[in-house]
Design a binder for this molecule. Structure first.
Ligand code: C2O
Ligand code: CU
Length: 560
């Protein structure tokens, strides 16, 4: 299908879908088989939903210990992996032969050392746009640099974008783990091609534990399920296609940079439309939006037929990107931008025999314009939980009223307020040339030098039409508030806040390393510069944006 035909085809699919909760192609195909007694043809867009069990991610075994340090080896390789049982295997990149990578489990205050080895082939899976900063020739096509997202690490081990290394080379990175229990994740960060390397498969969980968390009686073992949600597009041979979309919804030629990428199929833990058999009890779900550009606005739906009115299961969020919340938040839906995590408790008790579908209402791009909704394949469902097993444990449930210690940062002692204006450059035909921060590119000289030990207020001012999940390396910050601003005044360079400031919602009132700034809105965060001096970066975690040019370096300098 040419991109044009494909667009028309998608448009057709969407316009013939009467409600948001439709699009249950699996049922349609079951009907086909029942009527005709024939197996329906399988292409990536006609596979059955919920026929494959959710992959339970493996934990990585350490290589050895030296002193207190736990040492791991992680090799990056190319291999084939089946993403759905009705499709042939897909060529991917992964860590230790797995996509997503294995779970690295660490303990607070016990250092980890990882020997990262690039054993990838010399040829990239995807064509590379050499017009992007850091990807210009003669830069080698295949190069990687792993970053532990959410960690407080020295600059040398942070995985800065330009510290990439090529096949046959390796790096030893040190992770002190001097921070509280949290859902961290590792992924590739090579400058100019992060979107391609992560899309090829280079990401995984890093679960940091501590005494406090372990003493809380949280669901653990097989009742603790990390879930990384991504989206992928496959060709007729089930091979990965990376074709980004322009702002007008048009698909661009493979290899060209585009402002967003949206895949046609949901992939959870490396499987398309998987299911998980669960017991009627509490589970802890560690959610990660590992998609390139797609936001997920998740809800748990008990309705099984597309024509049913959605029936929502309430759940609880107990932790954010950087650790446990002081109080759990009761939710019916959860918005996660790329890079964000949420630690959830879902109670399947009383739902025996029922099926709960993890569903999504986030538009693309997010929050999107109605006109654009017709341009992209809907991605309304991700996976199913089937409450089919008998309860096998009698352990007493985790108490949601448990309080965790959390110090609120005090805006009154902020030493400085720094503003970061996000604006998009367009060519004469209205095509995006990328979003920039304060009209500076990644390679422009550093303009921010925070002092170690100080507290700062950062304001992200969003002049674009998309929401952006803004991420800082080195620190966990707190959201102070969000507020509107006068767009006209801002065009003339004056930031005038309008309306009332909105404090963070209950499920965002904790440690964050990635936070969403909505279009025409200001996000204000408080940062305590703890840890190390040195060079780091901050950027939008939509990987297309990060690669061009929504990323800036900063340097933490010694205190007075
Ligand atoms: Cu998750 Cu700078 O990255
Ligand atoms: Cu962005």
């Amino acid at each position: 299908m040419s991109p044009r035909d494909r667009r028309d085809f998608l448009k057709l699919c969407v316009t013939s879908t009467p409600t948001l909760f439709l699009g249950d192609r699996a049922n349609a195909f079951e009907g086909f088989e029942a009527r005709t007694g024939q197996k329906s043809p399988r292409t990536p867009t006609s596979i059955d939903r919920y026929v494959d069990p959710l992959p339970i991610l493996k934990r990585l075994e350490p290589l050895r210990k030296h002193g207190r340090t736990v040492v791991y080896q992680v090799r990056m390789t190319e291999f084939k992996q089946r993403l759905h049982s009705q499709l042939p295997p897909t060529k991917v990149w992964g860590y230790e032969g797995m996509y997503p990578g294995p779970i690295i489990e660490a303990t607070s205050k016990i250092p980890v050392e990882i020997l990262w080895k690039n054993q990838l082939p010399q040829k990239h899976i995807f064509p590379i746009d050499t017009r992007i900063h850091g990807a210009m020739s003669p830069t080698p096509a295949v190069r990687t640099v792993p970053h532990l997202h959410g960690s407080r690490t020295k600059s040398e081990s942070d995985g800065l974008p330009e510290r990439w290394f090529t096949p046959g080379h390796s790096e030893i990175y040190h992770y002190p783990n001097e921070q509280q229990a949290a859902t961290l994740w590792y992924h590739d960060h090579a400058v100019g091609i992060t979107r391609l390397n992560v899309y090829a498969g280079l990401s995984g969980f890093y679960l940091l534990r501590d005494e406090q968390e372990l003493s809380m009686n949280l669901p653990s073992g097989k009742y603790e399920i990390p879930l990384v949600m991504q989206d992928r597009t496959l060709d007729a041979e089930a091979q990965l296609v990376y074709a980004p979309t322009n702002e007008d919804g048009k698909m661009l030629a493979p290899g060209t940079w585009g402002p967003e990428f949206f895949g046609e199929l949901p992939v959870v833990n490396g499987a398309i439309f998987p299911y998980l058999d669960v017991e009627p009890r509490q589970y802890r779900l560690r959610m990660l939006n590992g998609a390139n550009s797609r936001f997920f606005n998740l809800y748990l739906n008990l309705a099984t037929r597309p024509t049913d009115i959605p029936s929502l299961v309430t759940f609880h969020q107990i932790g954010t990107d950087g650790g446990l919340l002081a109080n759990s938040a009761t939710l019916k839906n959860l918005l996660l931008g790329p890079g964000e995590r949420a630690d959830l408790i879902v109670d399947f008790a009383g739902l025996d025999g029922k099926t709960v579908t993890l569903s999504n209402t986030a538009s693309v791009p997010y929050p999107g314009w109605a006109m654009l909704q017709t341009m992209h394949a809907p991605l309304n469902e991700l996976m199913q939980f089937r409450v089919s097993r008998a309860s096998s444990s009698t352990s007493k449930p985790f108490s949601l009223s448990l309080k965790s210690p959390l110090t609120r940062l005090d805006p009154a002692i902020a030493e400085i307020t720094r503003d970061f204006v996000l604006s998009e450059r367009l060519d004469t035909e209205g095509r995006s040339l990328g979003v920039r921060i304060n009209d500076k590119g990644y390679d422009d000289p550093i303009t921010e030098f925070p002092r170690l030990g100080s507290l700062e207020k950062w304001r992200f001012v969003n002049m674009t039409d998309d929401a952006h999940p803004m991420h800082l390396h080195l620190v966990q910050f707190q959201i102070l508030e969000r507020q509107g601003f006068d767009f006209g005044a801002m065009v003339q360079g004056r930031l005038e806040l309008v309306g009332v400031p909105r404090p963070p919602a209950a499920n965002e009132a904790g440690w964050k390393d990635t936070a969403i700034v909505s279009p025409r809105d200001v996000l204000t965060i408080l940062i305590r510069w703890d840890g190390y001096t040195g060079r780091y970066v901050h950027h939008c975690h939509m990987l297309e944006h990060e690669d061009n040019d929504l990323m800036r370096p900063f340097e933490v300098v010694a205190g007075k």
